[in-house]
Design a protein around this ligand. Structure first.
Ligand SMILES: *[C@@H]1O[C@H](CO)[C@@H](O)[C@H](O)[C@H]1NC(C)=O
Ligand SMILES: *[C@@H]1O[C@H](CO)[C@@H](O)[C@H](O)[C@H]1NC(C)=O
Ligand SMILES: *[C@@H]1O[C@H](CO)[C@@H](O)[C@H](O)[C@H]1NC(C)=O
Ligand SMILES: *[C@@H]1O[C@H](CO)[C@@H](O)[C@H](O)[C@H]1NC(C)=O
Length: 348
């Protein structure tokens, strides 16, 4: 009897120790890309839910190897994405991506991964203002995208369109959602005709313009305040996705002759991107560290930086007239973001 207790305790201790070691060394976000013939997880040409601008194969991209890379973290393995398991376990729940077209990119990836894993499952799409919803009707699972490029509000007033860094009325749309994945970055540096505001307001002060990094940080702090006062962590899980990098300058990956991502067929091998990491990351990290409620960081910047081969280039929305080295082909890199999301939700 005594020895049975003793060996059980030893076993428990070993399991705990192993868990501890695993906890210390397993970082999903550090690793490298490896070719794996069991990928991609779906056929980008035959998923009916994919947006045309991400459907590179359909748009004529000739090479396909970019879709066959699997992310291999150092020190542990990611569980393969199980779409049926995902739908079963999230029965009746809603998951919403909030952000710009890169959030839409990730949304498209997730709905295709789920659609392909559960063929024949009923689904339904609706568009209500800035919210697109895909409902897997047999499971009651809603996968939503709320297009909202700054997270804080842009309001039409007499003086013009005002970007209000401390106002977040659009948060109404996020209430009652079970899982929220936020992101904002790509629109903060826009100037000229593609800048969708005329003035910036903070408190009672109106500015014609200001340091964009300061504006970004102020808005993120407003968002953090919203999370702290509106999220009940027992009901809602919150993620923040890191900056999705672009590849318009080959000097960054030691190929100065490459002016864009066009004709890139392979990732940067190894784990280190030679170019600099986007400065916005430090700001994100700082804001996330001050937030009181639990927000899980989906820190996909470094792993995506390595994927100079993953963008549509001329096989996106604009076709040959537009070089897109900012969004991602589907199937492709955002599938890995969702695989990591799946591991974070169910396995950690
Ligand atoms: C993907 O789907 C397209 C269109 O249905 C088909 O022509 C193509 O052969 C499929 N590719 C693979 C690898 O199955
Ligand atoms: C799809 O959604 C619309 C709008 O919510 C609804 O009227 C319709 O009944 C739904 N269809 C299915 C098959 O659930
Ligand atoms: C590309 O990046 C290099 C190194 O960061 C920089 O010196 C160069 O000006 C950049 N080229 C363009 C066209 O932005
Ligand atoms: C990303 O890479 C940079 C530069 O190599 C490094 O300083 C940073 O810690 C990395 N971040 C993560 C989350 O791995």
């Amino acid at each position: 009897m005594g020895s049975w207790v003793h060996s059980s305790l030893s076993l428990l201790l070993i399991v705990l120790l192993l868990h501890q070691v695993r906890g210390q060394t397993c970082d999903y976000f550090q690793g490298s890309w490896v070719l794996d013939s069991s990928y991609p997880l779906y056929n980008g040409s035959s998923c009916p839910l994919i947006q045309r601008e991400f459907s590179c194969q359909k748009n004529g991209r000739p090479d396909q190897m970019y879709a066959e890379y699997r992310w291999q973290p150092h020190g542990c393995n990611l569980a393969r994405f199980d779409g049926r398991g995902f739908l079963e376990r999230l029965k009746g729940k809603s998951i919403m991506f909030v952000g710009d077209s890169l959030s839409r990119n990730q949304w498209g990836s997730l709905v295709c991964m789920l659609y392909t894993a559960a063929p024949g499952a009923g689904y339904n799409t609706t568009l209500d203002g800035d919210v697109s919803t895909l409902t897997f009707t047999d499971y009651g699972v809603k996968v939503m995208h709320n297009r909202n490029v700054f997270l804080v509000d842009v309001v039409k007033e007499d003086i013009g369109r005002v970007l209000k860094l401390d106002s977040i009325k659009s948060g109404k749309l996020w209430e009652g959602i079970d899982m929220l994945i936020f992101n904002t970055w790509h629109w903060w540096n826009r100037r000229g005709p593609s800048q969708p505001w005329d003035y910036i307001q903070v408190g009672n002060k109106i500015y014609k313009d200001m340091d964009r990094m300061v504006a970004f940080e102020t808005a993120l702090n407003t968002w953090a305040g919203w999370v702290d006062s509106n999220i009940d962590p027992t009901n809602t899980r919150v993620f923040f996705r890191g900056v999705s990098p672009s590849h318009y300058n080959g000097t960054e990956w030691n190929e100065p002759s490459a002016k864009t991502c066009l004709c890139q067929k392979q990732p940067v091998l190894g784990s280190r991107y030679p170019g600099e990491t986007p400065p916005a990351l430090a700001i994100q990290k700082n804001v996330l560290s001050k937030i009181r409620k639990t927000v899980t960081s989906l820190d996909i910047t470094n792993l995506s930086l390595l994927r100079k081969d993953g963008h549509p280039s001329i096989y996106g929305l604009g076709g040959r007239t537009e070089m897109d080295c900012s969004h991602w082909c589907l199937a492709g890199v955002p599938d890995t973001w969702n695989q990591i999301l799946y591991n974070l939700i169910f396995l950690t």
